[in-house]
Design a protein around this ligand. Structure first.
Ligand code: ADP
Length: 659
């Protein structure tokens, strides 16, 4: 505790106190000497004042010094015999009185000084005590505020705990062993079906009564056993509640020991796990259902009449169904990763794997065809289809696919292709039958010219001298006519030949020109004018020349026929060719014929659809399948000013090679 500050004179230095005593007596002496003659009794009063001042200021010892000095001075200067310290007997009472007065003043002043010193000290101490009390009070206030805060925090955490217990259906308890007093949390009351607010406080006995009768012996046994040996315990049991319901509870408890090691309390929790139990049962049921349906699914996957498989996100194989394994004779292990490619036909392997890589990179569903080796070594065609399986972020987790045996389909496709090509040939022959007269004329005309030129040449030869220049001209004309007839015949042979389709690079303009040679005469006969507007240069297309010739002949012959009944306006056929985006050529035939009625517009490409008396309705259907087999499109539309426009596209060879 800090001592309070004191004023400087409460403990003045000794030299100062004695000095003041001496000086005050000297001062009193000089003043008394000066006043001696004027004022009787002044020396006594002055000396007493000096003693009083010295004792009051310096304490008892300086006061005593002042009294002694006063006495001596008084005797020496003011009591006879003057200027001597010897005492006359008759002056003795006066001196004694002075001494007694001096001592009385000294003792009074000393006592007063001591008293005021004591009072001052008492006041100082009181001040200190007051300060101390103030500090204590402040500390108490702080402590009180802290306690209030702590109590608030405690209240809040108790409320949180109670809420947490309520939400989690967890009750807590403690059991004081010496007093056998059990304390339950509110939730514990509720778990055992007691009224938490206001009802009678449950006892251990009443709680045990709420344990399901079948579990009660076991609960007693565990509790008693654990407490006897001081073990922790965790066990499940059931409670039979007053409302008739049965709940599943999980009890845990652990002992708390005193410093001596003696167990004096158990604390623990009881959790209502009815919902969890129910969930577990349902989960187990769902799991077994899942297992069952997974087994069923597996059986289905293995027995469906198609091969099914699954690839990992990186494209390597994870699973092949039994049908796939049975077909190839490979084991599951052998097919893992890229092992499945062992079953691919060597000619298809590279293409098939490249195609799969493309599908994998595109992250989209895709398909390809490939031959797979059967366990006995035979290869069959399969259509492989694959679709990605994505997670909720859209990332691919797996790829699922099927292999469908299309061997028989392929065979039928081949047969169909043969039939189609035979049909196309028959159609060509039919068209040529229609063109017979024109073609005969086309051939006859050069033949007649050859004969005429031959005769003329002979005549020039018979001349004397023979006119060899003229003969030369005749011979050249003969060769020209011969070539022309030969070209017509070779076109006809080409169209009539039963050749399998062979694709080659060609300029579609050349094909148009070749066809014109055959139908020119027919157009002349039907008074149809022809306008050719072909693109000066066209990139090559990859196609079957004869088939494309057939398409163009068919379209031209249809136009000629459609214009043959038209009167009153010119019969004109315009043929255009032009390049177009994306990487294709377009060939357009526009006529001024009868046009296409809206009612039949979408049927004219159907097989056997015809509006002609002698028609068979296969021409346009064959043309469309030829164009589509080349990767192009064929369509028709009526012209605003009458007549019809037919247009087909063909992809450029460069585009096909990219695909
Ligand atoms: P066909 O010539 O034997 O009738 P197509 O398949 O060639 O068989 O033609 C089917 C039908 O399409 C024709 O009967 C005709 O009605 C219509 N058609 C074809 N080309 C034209 C055209 N240029 N103008 C108008 N109608 C046409």
């Amino acid at each position: 505790m800090a001592k309070p500050d004191r004023i400087w004179w409460s403990h003045p230095p000794a030299i100062l106190t004695y000095g003041i005593a001496t000086v005050s007596i000297a001062g009193a002496l000089m003043t008394a000497r000066w006043l001696e003659d004027h004022l009787v009794g002044a020396p006594v009063a002055l000396f007493l004042c000096a003693i009083m001042l010295s004792a009051w200021f310096g304490g008892s010892r300086p006061g005593l010094l002042a009294a002694a000095l006063s006495f001596l001075s008084f005797k020496y200067y003011f009591v006879a015999p003057a200027y001597s310290l010897s005492v006359d007997i008759d002056q003795a009472p006066r001196l004694l009185l002075f001494a007694m007065s001096a001592l009385f003043v000294w003792s009074l002043s000393s006592a007063q000084r001591r008293t005021s010193e004591t009072l001052r000290r008492a006041r100082d101490e009181l001040d200190v005590t007051v300060q101390e009390l103030k500090r204590l009070n402040e500390a108490l206030l702080i402590e009180n505020a802290e306690r209030n805060r702590a109590e608030e925090v405690l209240r809040r955490s108790e409320a949180f705990l109670a809420e947490a217990q309520r939400i989690s259906r967890t009750g807590s308890w403690s059991w004081n062993i010496p007093t056998r007093k059990v304390t339950w949390s509110a939730e514990h009351y509720r778990i055992f079906g007691f009224d938490a607010a206001g009802g009678p406080e449950p006892t251990l006995k009443s709680v045990l009564k709420r344990v399901h009768p079948e579990d009660r012996p076991l609960v007693r046994q565990i509790l008693e056993g654990s407490i006897r040996v001081g073990w922790q315990f965790t066990f499940e049991f059931r409670a039979a509640l007053p409302d008739g319901s049965t709940t599943n509870l999980l009890a845990t408890g652990r002992p708390l020991s005193k410093d001596s090691g003696e167990i004096d309390e158990y604390i623990g929790t009881t959790v209502d796990i009815t919902e969890r139990k129910r969930g577990e049962v349902e989960l187990a049921k769902a799991f077994s259902e899942l297992k069952k349906s997974e087994a069923q699914l597996r059986t289905i996957i293995d027995t469906i009449p198609t091969q099914a498989w699954c690839w990992l996100a990186d494209g390597s194989s994870e699973f092949q169904n039994q049908r796939w394994l049975d077909y190839t004779g490979l084991s599951t292990e052998e097919t893992r990763g890229w092992g499945w490619t062992k079953a691919l036909h060597p000619e298809d392997a590279e293409r098939c794997i490249n195609k799969w890589r493309k599908i994998h990179a595109s992250e989209l569903a895709g398909e390809t065809e490939a031959r797979f080796r059967r366990f006995d070594g035979e290869y069959r065609w399969f259509l492989m289809r694959v679709v990605p399986l994505r997670d909720e972020h859209g990332d691919i987790i797996k790829w699922y696919g099927t292999n469908t045996d299309i061997q028989d389909l392929k065979r039928s496709e081949d047969a169909l292709r043969n039939t189609q090509s035979e049909l196309a040939r028959v159609a060509r022959l039919t068209t040529m039958g229609e063109l017979t007269a024109s073609i005969a004329h086309e051939v006859n005309q050069p033949l007649g010219a050859i004969v005429a030129n031959g005769e003329a040449g002979l005549r020039w030869l018979r001349r004397d001298p023979p006119d060899l220049d003229r003969v030369h001209v005749s011979m050249e004309a003969m060769i020209g006519d011969g070539n022309r007839a030969s070209a017509v015949i070779s076109r006809i042979r080409g169209l009539a030949k039963k050749a399998s389709s062979q694709k080659a690079l060609m300029d579609i303009n050349d094909v148009i020109q070749e066809v014109i040679l055959l139908v020119e005469r027919e157009m002349q006969v039907h008074v149809v004018s022809l306008r050719l507007d072909l693109a000066p240069t066209l990139p090559p297309v990859l196609g079957d020349r004869v088939a494309l010739q057939q398409v163009i002949i068919n379209l031209i012959m249809n136009s000629v026929e459609a214009m043959s009944t038209v009167t009153g306006r010119p019969r004109a056929l315009a043929i255009f060719s032009q390049p177009a985006e994306p990487a294709e050529v377009i060939v357009t035939l526009r006529d001024t014929g009868v046009g296409i009625d809206a009612a039949i517009a979408d049927r004219i490409f159907d097989p056997f659809f015809t509006t002609k008396f002698n028609g068979i309705g296969m021409g346009l259907s064959i043309c469309r399948s030829i164009i589509e087999a080349h990767g192009g499109r064929l369509g028709a539309s009526p012209n605003v000013s009458g007549g019809a426009t037919f247009r087909f596209t063909l992809p450029l060879a460069e585009r096909i090679s990219h695909d």
